[in-house]
Design a protein around this ligand. Sequence first.
Ligand SMILES: C=C(O[C@H]1C=CC=C(C(=O)O)[C@@H]1O)C(=O)O
Ligand SMILES: [Mg+2]
Length: 470
Amino acid sequence: MILTKNATRDEVIQQVLTEAVRTSEPQLISLVEKIDPIDPFLFYAEGTTIADHRTFWKSAEGDVVIAGVGSVTRLRASKGDRFTELENQWKSLMEEAVVYDQYDQKGTGPVALGGFSFDPKKKRTELWKNFPDHQMTVPSYLLTKNGSEHYFTINALVFPDDHKEQLKFQWDQDRERLLSATSHDFIPPEIIAKEEIDPEEWKQSVKKATEDILNGKLDKVVLARELQLVFDEKIDPAQVLQHLEDSQSNSYLFAIESDGDYFVGATPERLVKVENRELTSACLAGTVPRGATDEEDRLLGESLLNDEKNLEEHGYVVQMIRDAVEACSEEVDIPEHPVLYPLKNLQHLYTPVHAKLNEEHTLLDVVSRLHPTPALGGLPSADAVDYIRGKEQLDRGWYAGPVGWFDSRQNGEFAVAIRSALLRKDRASLFSGCGVVKDSIPEDEYEETAVKLMPMLSVLGGAPWTTLKQ
Ligand SMILES: C=C(O[C@H]1C=CC=C(C(=O)O)[C@@H]1O)C(=O)O
Ligand SMILES: [Mg+2]
């Protein structure tokens, strides 16, 4: 990667153009500038007037927001381990990239955003036909909010026959449009039909899983289900994102487009973050609803902290994440007991994980070691994934897969795509799963997944869950 701090922006563009002509190859250029604060949700909404492909990410702490419009290039693995292959492609892309950047901030310049399916070996259905197994794209235009500071990046492939003034004209025009976006009113579409995987059949599958666990086939398996909604018109992902922002706290917001479909969600579950080699992960599993009053809420939380079944569910996650993190880092710090992680509709058991990532490992390497944690798959991991592949009715697609971003500085973050929905024009598929252990009660697990559907269901204008249960 060539960082050009001393030349002017114009000189850098000229250099890249000259290099494209010399090599007869397109050259990747990245131009970063600091801008006045703007609303990332408006930037995202306006992006649709420039390109179909858009990506959105907001960290649970709200400190980092990245919105991408367009796509300069897509990393794609065709053989071997998808994470390793993407890593190699990213390295070679970065070797050639020319970056004009005075600020050196995480999440700016060349950044790859996207995600991965839960299980590349699962047979695909029609539902996910517009999503490839994985997709990490480098957006053409990128808004990055780092704390209170905002940055705008232009990424582009410069071709030998491009003209400098034409390139600049196009970039200026798009920049002006994206940075001066104003709000418009949203009219939410109406739900005209809903359908879920047969509840009784699903509960049977949970019962069967508890029997298989008791028979020693595995310790834990996460089973998921789908609720489909049909609307009277196309759903706008920008509107869904804005509503999630308004209604969910302590959650990562994401939206990824592929071939006209959008995968959107507000997940509380971090997979891993790496910043200056500081590794942060999280064990999040074990669930009760929030109480209607403060007192009820406190009692529910206390019961969760002492509930054997939920502690078992949680314990498997800690065990697996500890092993995976210890294998690639030092100074691993994991508290002995979980605490409560409160969300709008639910509270979870939460154990944070901190470590120092060893030099020879990368973020994607850690993603590959962690995915799927027993909060989404089960334990032993491989057996649980096989079990899900064979027994679960649902095509999970990207549900419960890693979604996130990384930059050229080895910084980045991935969350686990739960509390999510696939938007296909006037249809939405909402997904929800739960950790099944030997003491799981099918009816309770069904209720738990119902509450986990609430965040997406309510922003999509769904009636309260109780009226959905016919
Ligand atoms: C699989 C999901 O939640 C996981 C994350 C937190 C708590 C969980 C639980 O208590 O079962 C699940 O493991 C989902 O929301 O679809
Ligand atoms: Mg659970």
